[in-house]
Design a protein around this ligand. Structure first.
Ligand SMILES: [Zn+2]
Length: 252
């Protein structure tokens, strides 16, 4: 049985506190941040779209969520090893880009069409109790992964951001556990090499996208939202897996 949990759009808008900024650098050259003077409540001064009605992140209250049945999600190329993978500190976050012979993609579920992989990145906090952007029942997870994909029909990522159904982000939450997670060790070991903005490092052991996702992939929350940093474009179909992945305190 495929049971999908779709989040209601009327949920409260939650502005993330103590969370490192991420997503993209600002293409207009404006400054934005997460402090009192330049934080999310000020973004709409420069970017009208940040005051929209469908802004992310949100708090997902499970008792307000409507359960719906959707077609199954299809993951294409998620089990293929990339030719190479590069970890980059882009000044906002740690981002992983993969060079693949055939770009991985996702379709089905709430999506109409095929969405191609662009990059993935992490959001985390200053300690284990804060970090994720979205929250579930007001619970914040210490780490959140965003796998960013754009609709193939729109040709490029940039072009896709002009359409309401242009992007999808697969989000994974993490919880602390006592043992290390072998798959993630490879990424964690590289972090000391990319502490400076614009620094880059190649992954030695190639990991697949599938290995970064939870085992249970048919249970997820989905809603139409936005990019979580300026220009906050409301072009994202969010797919947030319900099952968290376990990492040790050290890895976090
Ligand atoms: Zn993100």
């Amino acid at each position: 049985m495929k049971l999908v949990v779709a989040a209601n759009l009327l949920l409260a808008l939650l502005l993330s506190g103590g969370c490192l900024p991420a997503w993209t650098s600002d293409t207009k050259g404006h400054m934005f941040g997460y402090d009192d003077h330049n934080g999310p409540s000020h973004w709409a001064e420069e970017y009208e779209t940040c005051a929209g009605k469908f802004q992310s992140p949100i708090d997902i209250e499970e008792h307000l969520v409507t359960q719906v049945r959707l077609p199954p999600l299809h993951f294409h190329g998620f089990q293929s090893e990339p030719i190479s993978s590069t970890v980059t500190n882009n000044g906002h976050t740690v981002m992983l880009q993969m060079n693949m012979s055939k770009m991985a993609s996702v379709s089905g579920g709430p999506l109409k069409g095929n969405y191609l992989f662009t990059q993935l990145h992490f959001h985390w906090g200053y300690n284990d109790s804060v970090g994720s952007e979205d929250t579930i029942n007001n619970h914040t997870f210490p780490l959140e992964l965003h796998i960013v994909m754009y609709k193939e029909n729109y040709g490029t990522f940039e072009n896709a951001t002009h359409y309401k159904d242009g992007l999808t982000v697969l989000a994974v939450f993490y919880e602390i556990y006592e043992t290390e997670n072998q798959v993630y060790s490879e990424i964690v070991q590289l972090l000391p090499f990319v502490t400076m903005p614009n620094s880059q490092h190649q992954l030695k052991k190639l990991i697949t996208l599938d290995s970064l996702l939870p085992m249970t992939k048919h249970l997820y929350f989905t809603y139409n939202g936005s990019l979580t940093t300026p220009p906050c474009l409301e072009v994202v179909t969010w797919i947030e897996f319900k099952q968290p992945i376990l990492l040790s305190h050290y890895q976090m």
